[in-house]
Design a protein around this ligand. Structure first.
Ligand SMILES: [Zn+2]
Length: 355
């Protein structure tokens, strides 16, 4: 009898501890005053940026959704606006927002003549909305065969540029889209293991055409890329997923000038960042670095982003690791002076060629 009582108490205690753990992992987070100061004081936008409408501008929408606009033509990296909630992506099927809603967001953002929607890999937070956006805007969808297999609620992609390194020894593919020359560079997804890797189809393709609404398992990774954007006004590297292939960026970028680097920092850890930054930040040698994919992509807002829940990362730690590495590397002469810039929802910066 005594043993049964003791056992019952232990079970209740373990359920209690487990519940607390799950609550901490999945509960919503907000910025504290110290995190807010990172945006306003430590890593603010460069002064007067976004004011010059004749420049090449980059507007940020969270995760790795970035709209580049030179006033005449635009390109969009990873059009992801639907941002379904955590409970939806864990327990339900989901689909893109109505195309008219996304078109309205892009119209408000001042989009002009969209040339391409370029997608870094096929997970829902990068690719799910992209076919709908490309078709609606008359743009070319650029990405892996898996990305091409995500239909817009049944409508297949109308114009496509397929990037596929599976049967190739090459590590890059270049294509001109209007005023923008894009080079897709073979890369790797951020480190994801065990059940999460299984759930997210890491290294797996989307084998055939899929039609949302679908559960998260349907949106497998496909292949992952960095995207180099070359434009008369300035050059940008978008490295959205926090993985890397050793020395690939070093050999692909060589002496190319990169003015701005948009760098994925989702869930990076202390024991990983030295290698990660050495194979991404160091070869890019960008003057400005914008961390991306630090936000909670399961919360929607037109006004602000929120820091990721513990299950997806640690915003303050990710920014601190990057800032510390940059400072140390500058002191050691491994990289030139770099400006770390934090962008929030709807923030815009001007891209110009560094001296
Ligand atoms: Zn992913």
């Amino acid at each position: 009898m005594k043993l049964l009582k003791w056992f019952s108490v232990m079970v209740v205690f373990m359920i209690f501890v487990l519940s607390i753990g799950i609550y901490i992992l999945v509960s919503e987070r907000n910025f504290d005053s110290e995190s807010k100061a990172l945006f306003t004081e430590k890593h603010p936008l460069p002064p007067n940026d976004g004011q010059n409408t004749s420049s090449l501008r980059a507007k940020y929408f969270g995760t790795s959704t970035i709209l580049f606009n030179d006033g005449a033509q635009s390109i969009l990296i990873d059009g992801f606006f639907s941002r379904p909630s955590l409970s939806t992506i864990l327990f339900r099927d989901f689909e893109p927002l109505p195309t008219s809603d996304i078109d309205a967001i892009l119209s408000d953002a001042g989009i002009s003549d969209l040339q391409t929607v370029a997608v870094v890999h096929s997970h829902h937070d990068h690719a799910m909305d992209s076919t709908c956006i490309a078709n609606s805007q008359g743009a070319i969808l650029a990405g892996s065969p898996s990305t091409m297999n995500i239909s817009c609620k049944g409508e297949v992609v109308k114009e496509q540029f397929v990037v596929d390194f599976r049967d190739s020894t090459e590590t890059s593919m270049t294509q001109v889209f209007g005023n923008y020359t894009l080079t897709f560079i073979k890369s790797k997804h951020s480190p994801t293991e065990g059940a999460a890797a299984e759930l997210l189809g890491i290294g797996q393709p989307i084998h055939s055409l899929i039609t949302p609404p679908l559960g998260i398992r349907a949106y497998a990774e496909g292949q992952s890329y960095s995207i180099l954007i070359e434009h008369d006004k300035g050059n940008v590297l978008v490295h959205a997923s926090a993985g890397f292939l050793p020395d690939v960026l070093l050999s692909e970028l060589q002496d190319k000038r990169i003015d701005w680097l948009f760098l994925g920092v989702a869930n990076i850890k202390e024991d990983y960042v030295n290698d990660y930054f050495a194979h991404t930040v160091a070869p890019a040698r960008a003057k400005y670095i914008v961390p991306v994919h630090w936000d909670d992509f399961t919360r929607s807002s037109s006004e602000t982003l929120y820091p990721a829940r513990a299950i997806f990362g640690d915003f303050s730690l990710e920014i601190e690791l990057l800032a510390n590495w940059l400072q140390k590397s500058e002191q050691q002469g491994r990289i030139n002076k770099t400006h770390l810039v934090l962008m929030n929802m709807g923030d815009e910066v001007s891209i110009s060629a560094s001296q």
